[in-house]
Ligand binder design. Structure first.
Ligand SMILES: [Zn+2]
Ligand SMILES: [Zn+2]
Length: 333
C-alpha cells in the first residue's frame, strides 16, 4: 500500500482503521462497484486502493459503516463517523439522524475564535482596572465587563468584514458596480426556491441596496456560510447546538430545512435565532456532502479507467456479482 497521496504527494494520515490499509482517516467506499479510496487530508483527492484484496477490505469497512453514525448525506453519498474515522459511503443512505455533538464541535471552534479577541482585551482590562481602581477607587467589575463587551464587539466586526469570495461576482443591474460582498452584507439576503438548484439565494448590492443577483450552488453556499456565521456570532453554547440539531431533524434533514426556509423568502436577519443557526448547520452539511459527491464523481471516473485496465479478471467479476446479489435494498449502479 502506498503511504503518500498520488496527486499532491502529501503523507496520508491515520492508520486505515477497519480497512486494514495502514493509512487513511477518511475512507470512501462503494460496496457494489467494489471501490475503495483513501481521501487525502491535504488536497481532498481520492486515492484508489490496490485491487488485490480490495473486496475483503471493503467488506470490513462496510461492516464498520453499519455501526457508524450518519453525519450527512445526499442521494448518492453518505458521510459517516466510526470511532475516529470518517467513512464515505457511496450509495443510497438510510434516514438521516443528525448528530448534535457535531454542531457542538463547530460552535466550540467559533467560541475559541471569539476568545482570541475577548481574552487579550480582558487581560488588559484587569491590569488597567487595577491601576484605575487604585487611582480613583472606581468599580473594577463594571470596567472589566465593558472591555469584555468591547472584545465581543471587535470579534463580531472582524467576522462581519470578512470578504465573501465568489467564483463569479455578479454586476449589480441597478448601479452597475461589481458586487463586493462582505459577511455583514449578507444579512439582507433571502433564500428562495429554485427549481433547478438545491439552494438559491438573492443577494442585495452593498452600494445601492437593491436586490442584485440570484446565486446558486457553491456561490450560494459561500455567501450563506459567511453571512450566517456573522449573524449567529453573538451567541453560542451547547444548548443552542442541540436546539439547532433538533430544528434540522424536525424539518426532515438539511435539504428539507433549506427548502422550508426558501418557501418563506425571509431575509436572513429576520429569521428566528434558533432557525438561523439551524440553517447555518444545514448549509454546512449540504455544502460538505456535495463537495464529497463532486470528488466522488471525479474519483469514480478515474477508478473506472484504472480498474478497467488493471483487471478484466473473471474472479473479481464473479466476486462483484456475488456482492451485488446480496444487497437487496441498494439501488442499481
Ligand atoms: Zn493529496
Ligand atoms: Zn447596486
Amino acid at each position: 500500500m502506498y503511504t503518500t497521496c498520488a496527486f499532491c504527494n502529501a503523507k496520508l494520515d491515520g492508520d486505515g482503521g477497519p480497512s486494514g490499509l495502514g493509512v487513511g482517516r477518511r475512507i470512501a467506499f462503494d460496496e457494489f462497484k467494489g471501490r475503495l479510496w483513501v481521501i487525502c487530508p491535504k488536497c481532498a483527492r481520492w486515492n484508489l486502493t490496490p485491487l488485490d484484496d480490495r473486496l475483503e477490505r471493503i467488506e470490513t469497512v462496510a461492516r464498520a459503516a453499519r455501526e457508524a453514525k450518519l453525519l450527512a448525506a445526499t442521494e448518492q453519498v453518505a458521510l459517516l463517523r466510526w470511532q475516529v474515522y470518517d467513512l464515505v459511503r457511496v450509495g443510497k443512505p438510510p434516514r438521516i439522524e443528525l448528530a448534535p455533538w457535531r454542531y457542538g464541535e463547530r460552535l466550540k471552534a467559533r467560541q475559541q475564535e471569539r476568545l482570541k479577541y475577548v481574552i487579550p482585551l480582558t487581560v488588559a482590562a484587569v491590569g488597567l482596572g487595577i491601576a484605575a481602581n487604585v487611582a480613583a477607587g472606581g468599580s473594577l467589575g463594571v470596567f472589566v465587563w465593558n472591555l469584555h463587551r468591547l472584545g465581543e464587539g471587535l470579534y463580531i466586526t472582524v467576522v462581519g468584514n470578512r470578504k465573501v469570495n465568489l467564483a463569479e461576482p455578479p454586476i449589480c443591474p441597478s448601479c452597475g458596480t461589481l458586487l463586493e460582498l462582505r459577511a455583514k452584507h449578507v444579512q439582507h439576503a433571502r433564500v428562495v426556491p429554485d427549481a433547478h438548484a438545491d439552494i438559491a439565494v438573492i443577494v442585495s448590492c452593498p452600494r445601492c441596496r437593491q436586490e442584485a443577483a440570484q446565486l446558486t450552488g457553491s456561490d450560494a453556499h459561500a455567501v450563506l456560510r459567511q453571512g450566517l456565521s456573522y449573524l449567529n456570532a453573538r451567541r453560542a453554547g451547547r444548548r443552542r447546538a442541540e436546539e439547532a440539531a433538533q430544528v434540522v431533524d424536525h424539518a426532515g434533514g438539511p435539504d428539507r430545512l433549506i427548502r422550508d426556509v426558501a418557501r418563506r423568502e425571509l431575509t436572513l436577519r429576520s429569521l428566528r435565532p434558533e432557525r438561523r443557526l439551524a440553517l447555518e448547520m444545514a448549509v454546512d452539511e449540504q455544502a460538505e456532502v456535495q463537495e464529497l459527491e463532486h470528488e466522488w464523481r471525479d474519483a469514480e471516473e478515474l477508478a473506472d479507467i484504472a480498474d478497467g485496465t488493471l483487471s478484466s479478471n473473471a474472479e473479481i467479476e464473479e466476486e462483484l456479482r456475488r456482492l451485488k446479489g446480496r444487497g437487496g435494498n441498494q439501488p442499481d449502479g
